[in-house]
Design a protein around this ligand. Sequence first.
Ligand SMILES: Cc1cc2nc3c(=O)[nH]c(=O)nc-3n(C[C@H](O)[C@H](O)[C@H](O)COP(=O)(O)OP(=O)(O)OC[C@H]3O[C@@H](n4cnc5c(N)ncnc54)[C@H](O)[C@@H]3O)c2cc1C
Length: 442
Amino acid sequence: MKNIVIVGGGAGGLELATFLGDKMGVKSRANVTLIDKNSTHLWKPLLHEVATGALDDGSDALSYRAHARNHGFYFEQGAIVRINREQKYVELAPVYGLEGDMIVVARRIPYDYLVLAIGSKSNDFGTKGVEEHCIFLDSQEQALRFHHKMLELFLKFSENSALDEIGEEESKQKLVQEGKVNIAIVGGGATGVELCAELYHAAQDLSSYGYGKIDSHCLQVTLVEAGPRLLPALPERVSSSVLAHLQELGAQVKLNTQITEAEANKLHTKNGEIIEADLIVWAAGVRASSVTQQFDGLELNRINQIHVKDTLQTTVDESIFALGDCAFLLQENGKPVPPRAQAAHQMAKLCYKNIVALFDNKPLKKFVYNDKGSLVSLSKFTALGNIGKDDKSMVIEGKLARMAYISLYRMHHHALHGCLKTGVLILIRHINRFIKPALKLH
Ligand SMILES: Cc1cc2nc3c(=O)[nH]c(=O)nc-3n(C[C@H](O)[C@H](O)[C@H](O)COP(=O)(O)OP(=O)(O)OC[C@H]3O[C@@H](n4cnc5c(N)ncnc54)[C@H](O)[C@@H]3O)c2cc1C
């Protein structure tokens, strides 16, 4: 039986493994194996909500092993480190336990068809100090690290305010600027904008959970963007409306501001300004992992994405496909398919059809990206964006936009679980609103 191996169980890869497992694995037409470096899947566009605690990763994370059992595919945990195209295997790094002990040794997994769906990470553009002093929001662990640091800062702030009242100056814990929790976000794209709004939401809610006198006035978010406007991929009208919303919440937005260096609690800008912050998040741009350089001569672009043809097969090896953020494909309009969840979702669907076509000796289909628009959620405050294609696109805001925004996640659930389970998950989410705190507090 032929081996189909998918590396990366994210927005695109997990959907593909589910489709292929249901179609080929269950019917024993092929062995379908999904590989991921983690043991659970969390939909990446929600990481900013995990970071602020608006979403409990515990209830939304999906176990790959459990999902594999229900959908006729195998799961192998490990990070890909190399591909051997001649002998057709991928090599996985060993898996280490919490104490640093090796639990699983390095392995070789053979394939007949290989799909690479390892996503992307934030691009620090080689800026000095960013790796050491900024938090990225690329993974569940990083979002949780941010969450714990955010709670620590608000606790420090609320305890300091209590000491203010009894006149205890010396016992105070230091924050970079007295009287506020300062958080800087570099990157005015969707991640930066959505995180900024979620932080003001968190600050508003925390006081009801015993965090002293915290409210949104105790928080100062500085959002830094190198370009002339926020959300450059969206229409100008959406950018200016988002800017107005964020400023109303209290955020300080610095446009045309390029960061040249990061230090502990400090950012240096090109024009010599210093931005101080208790916590710095880097959410500017994306690039694929440099591990793609070990993929045995696959063609890469300058940000390590893998060149694919419109069938999603790589340009140099037709038995290897790539999809989602790690793939590079130019559209007819000359623009690359953007690194978005909706693109990963559409690519997973086409890749599934093309792999089935290879088994059935039928011609492969071409990928055409159907841009349904882009939406950003400003937490509970509002959502806005555009729906529809370029010339026929329409700007929407408020409840309708919020519903359209949530529908993208529902589509992912639908692809993974089908209608009935998606309905049950929606119900559980509503029930959880009654029985759980609005914010995750641990
Ligand atoms: C905070 C945030 C908000 C976003 N909001 C939106 C939004 O509103 N709308 C939208 O369309 N897009 C949004 N995006 C972008 C969207 O998340 C990505 O475009 C999408 O997840 C890409 O899907 P993917 O399958 O290519 O990769 P991912 O979903 O990133 O999945 C990659 C998978 O590969 C695994 N992996 C990585 N390296 C290795 C390795 N070496 N070995 C094995 N496994 C590996 C990872 O663990 C992960 O499971 C957002 C992104 C972020 C960070």
